[in-house]
Design a protein around this ligand. Structure first.
Ligand code: URA
Length: 208
């Protein structure tokens, strides 16, 4: 059986990680999730959306008010900026898959708490196991520190290609942070240009 990203979490339980046949099946299995308190205050579960065969998965932090209202990721102000960032490197949101570390909005947009993240990560890992992209684009420190399991600063993670469990990883600023601090846009532009170049290199290698 193919090893899944979340086998580790099942290693002490005597159970094997559940396998899902498709993103639709995973969505149906997860949409009524009540594993954590965020399910009590959400309007909509925000699974994520985009190309199920995407080579790039974009991972944000958590749904905000607009995302909670619509059940779709990155559709508010941050989402409009994310669309522009993707466009600037020749992608639309239909080329990538966009999701978040946690699938339900934390009240008052507070940071997701450790136990909420832990419960929700199995859904994200299952998404990655199904999509099997080449590259993860992690937006902001919550996404990057969670996936890379560190407490590193943005400055020490951005600007280079990192590796995590066989995926190539690019870390950059969260669009909400760029809206608050436009001075960081230049660095973000450098990061996503690097992502595009890396993506083109992978595509060229795959066609050789
Ligand atoms: N911020 C995020 O991290 N994710 C969203 O979906 C929207 C805003």
């Amino acid at each position: 059986m193919q090893e899944t990203l979340f086998d580790d979490q099942y290693s002490n339980t005597g159970q094997s990680a559940p396998a899902y046949g498709s993103l639709e099946e995973l969505y149906q299995a997860s949409r009524n999730c009540t594993r954590c308190r965020l399910s009590e205050t959400r309007t909509n579960y925000v699974f994520g959306e985009g190309n199920p065969e995407a080579r790039i998965v974009v991972i944000g932090e958590a749904p905000g008010a607009e995302e909670d209202a619509q059940g779709r990721p990155f559709v508010g102000r941050s989402g409009k900026l994310l669309d522009k960032i993707l466009e600037a490197i020749g992608f639309s949101r239909h080329d990538v898959f966009i999701c978040n570390i946690v699938k339900c909005r934390p009240p008052q947009n507070r940071n997701p708490q450790a136990d909420e993240i832990e419960h929700c990560l199995t859904w994200l890992y299952a998404q990655l196991d199904l999509i099997r992209p080449d590259i993860l684009l992690l937006l902001g420190r919550v996404a990057a520190n969670t996936i890379l399991d560190n407490n590193s600063s943005m400055g020490s993670m951005r600007g280079r290609i990192l590796k995590w469990k066989g995926y190539d990883v690019v870390v950059t600023y969260h669009p909400a942070a760029l809206l608050r601090n436009p001075n960081w846009k230049y660095n973000c532009w450098e990061d996503v240009k690097m992502l595009r170049t890396h993506y083109d290199t992978i595509c060229a290698e795959n066609h050789q």
